[in-house]
Design a protein around this ligand. Structure first.
Ligand code: ATP
Ligand code: MG
Length: 291
């Protein structure tokens, strides 16, 4: 029997492609827990939250039915299960694409060419919707795995499957043709839990942390010293330096400049900063940004 002790429950993938990044994300939110993928529950020591480790396919339904208040699962699974949950936050990991692929020498070149053909998939719900929107009638062959073998076995003329690099598809003599869905992991919530005041308070606390962690992703805290007269030039080099913190140094006419910058921007402009007079440039990671 599941405990109803007022603590929040979050359903996460027990053991799979989302697991490591999900656990890392929750830890980045300041949650202290031991994750044991073999035990159903991992309690948080410093937050009223228990982590429920299950198969990813079950997560949307568990959240819909209130077995868990929150869940972290791919958009592909949420859509396929047609679960009634409230989407809260795209998390930026678990990125993949649901695509229709065809054999290298297939005459199928566009979605219209699928008319009357057989398409093998483990995502019949998403595929049906996609074909209906394209106005194409095709036969959907429901498979439960090894979808990429279906054309070779002459079970299907095309497949609709998750692709991350396309290597598996190519190894099986298939070429990706059409994107059906761009997916990433999402934080989802049970609708009733969101309406329940006491739970809502804890969910909101968690969401503030989660947004802060996402906000800090790819950003760095930049500090450098420069002569006072160089400040305007430095601002032109890094556009996000619009309103940096500028602190006078003991040495006359020298200032310290502090600002948040995008990591990729920084590496592109570092040399220009030096040329413009910056020295002692320090870049440090940011754990969270609470706005
Ligand atoms: P489970 O045993 O929990 O049911 P699974 O085998 O169904 O696991 P995984 O292969 O671990 O699922 O993938 C989990 C999710 O990771 C997918 O539903 C998808 O959202 C995401 N994902 C990211 N990249 C890929 C990829 N290259 N292939 C498949 N899924 C990916
Ligand atoms: Mg699964």
């Amino acid at each position: 029997m599941l405990a109803t002790n007022g603590r929040l429950k979050i359903a996460v993938q027990r053991n799979g492609r989302l697991t490591d990044e999900t656990v890392a994300f929750l830890r980045a939110c300041g949650l202290d827990f031991e994750f044991r993928s073999r035990s159903l529950y991992s309690p948080c020591r410093n937050f009223p939250l228990d982590i429920l480790a299950i198969r990813d396919d079950d997560i949307p339904e568990y959240v819909q039915d209130g077995v868990a208040d929150l869940g972290i699962v791919g958009q592909n699974i949420i859509d396929e299960k047609r679960s009634r949950v409230s989407a809260q936050l795209p998390l930026g990991f678990g990125r993949c694409r649901l695509m229709i692929s065809v054999p290298q020498r297939s005459a199928i070149r566009s979605v219209k060419d699928l008319r009357g053909k057989r398409v093998g998939t483990t995502y019949p719900v998403i595929l049906r919707k996609f074909l209906a929107e394209a106005g194409v009638e095709a036969e959907i062959i429901r498979l439960s795995g090894s979808v990429e073998l279906a054309p070779t076995l002459d079970v299907a003329d095309a497949i609709c499957d998750i692709i991350s690099t396309g290597t598996t598809a190519r190894m099986n003599g298939l070429k990706p043709l059409l994107t059906v869905l761009d997916s990433e992991a999402q934080l989802i919530a049970n609708r009733k839990s969101l309406a329940a005041t006491r739970k809502r308070t804890d969910i909101d606390r968690l969401l503030i942390r989660a947004r802060g962690v996402l906000e800090a992703r790819g950003k760095r805290y930049l500090m450098m010293n420069a002569p006072q007269h160089a400040v305007a030039r430095l601002k032109r080099i890094i556009p996000s330096l619009k309103s940096p913190t500028v602190v006078p140094l003991a040495e006359s006419n020298m200032v310290a400049i502090h600002s948040v910058v995008a990591e990729d921007v920084f590496w592109d402009v570092m040399e220009n900063l030096k040329k413009a007079g910056a020295s002692d440039i320090i870049v440090v990671p940011i754990e969270t940004i609470i706005r």
